[in-house]
Design a protein around this ligand. Structure first.
Ligand code: DAH
Length: 338
């Protein structure tokens, strides 16, 4: 039996080492260590072994079983290691990782968010109005006569039914006063549209921000103080403002606002940045007529309004040479603001 066991051990170890994959190793385990294996059978034959040989045969049985078990365990571990190695073959784990793409807000959005935040902090609430407007909201109620050049078909996009794409956000002044009662303090950022030739400083669809404050006893001093505080918060505490008399149909008096820019490495210079003024009584009268009440009676309330182009502000603030950079979506440009 001792010789039989030695032979069995040789056969089993040869079979295990020849097993090419995990199923083959498992088959060898069943064949050589399983219930029906020769080894288990020989264990059952121990009682036939003469007493003086039982010790030696028993020891041999154990030795063979241990040897086969060890060989199978080692083979399984070796196959597993080979499988792991194959899975990562060709992958260079020392390469640096790929950076994840990071989104960012468009520079114009960033600027608008900043402007809105400052004015909200000063008590202005956000207001909106439609981009497709009536002539009445865009022009008539804003005291703009029928023969005003801004109403020309060459300057304004009209629909066949007489509606139009709003040429400024000032229409939101009217929309707001139609539904809200004074005191009213709103800002309205949004798109405006004009039939302009597109070039380095003009777009046919652009962005404005309107402001309106109506209450009893709102004065020109309030307007100047508000715009001064706003531009100082936006452009820096040393920013100076200049109010130049101008004309707008919907304000009286009206002004254009210039700010003094201090850009690094450049001499200070004045740039035009907004239009503003005290709301014209004719605007209040138009609103009163539309509402059918007198809550905007120009004898009772006064107010100021202002409007600014946000692309222009962005060009000044970010030093852009061409307004079209803001709509071309060139990632090389946009990335600089992410
Ligand atoms: N709506 C004017 C424009 O588009 C800008 C403007 C000027 C708005 C004076 C105002 C204002 O509210 O008071 O050119």
């Amino acid at each position: 039996m001792l010789e039989e066991l030695d032979t069995l051990k040789t056969i089993a170890l040869t079979a295990v080492s020849a097993a090419a994959d995990e199923p083959a190793v498992e088959a060898a385990r069943v064949e050589f260590l399983g219930k029906k294996s020769a080894l288990t059978g020989m264990g059952g034959r121990m009682r036939e072994v003469p007493p003086d040989q039982k010790g030696a045969v028993g020891a041999k049985l154990n030795e063979v079983r241990t040897a086969i078990t060890t060989a199978i365990d080692e083979k399984k571990a070796a196959l597993l290691a080979a499988r792991d190695a194959a899975a990562v073959a060709g992958i260079d784990l020392t390469l640096p990782g790929r950076p994840a793409w990071r989104g960012g807000l468009h520079p114009l959005t960033q600027l608008q968010d900043r402007a809105v935040k400052i004015l909200r902090g000063m008590g202005f609430a956000l207001a909106t109005g439609p981009e497709v407007e009536t002539e009445w909201h865009c022009f008539d109620a804003l005291n703009t006569p029928a023969d005003h050049p801004a109403r020309n078909e060459q300057d304004t996009f009209y629909f066949p039914n007489g509606w139009l794409l709003r040429t400024h956000t000032s229409s939101v002044q009217i929309r707001t006063m139609e539904t809200a009662v004074p005191p009213v303090r709103i800002i309205a950022p949004g798109s405006a549209f004009r039939r302009d030739e597109i070039d380095a400083t003009h777009l046919s669809a652009f962005t404005q921000m309107e402001g309106l404050y109506i209450a009893e006893n709102v004065s020109l001093a309030d307007l100047k103080g508000t715009l001064e505080a706003f531009y100082r918060a936006l452009l820096g505490p040393k920013t100076r403002l200049r109010f130049r008399p101008h004309f707008f149909p919907f304000t009286e008096p009206s002004y254009e606002v210039d700010v003094e820019l201090h850009l690094a490495g450049q001499p200070a210079r004045w740039v035009e940045i907004a239009g503003c003024g005290m709301v014209d009584p004719a605007v209040f009268e138009a609103v009163c007529q539309q509402r059918g009440d007198r809550v905007y009676d120009p004898e009772r309330v006064t107010g100021f309004a202002f409007g600014m182009g946000l692309e222009r502000l962005a060009m000044i603030l970010f030093g852009l040479p061409d307004i079209r950079l803001l709509i071309e979506n060139d990632a090389r440009f946009l990335q600089q603001f992410a």
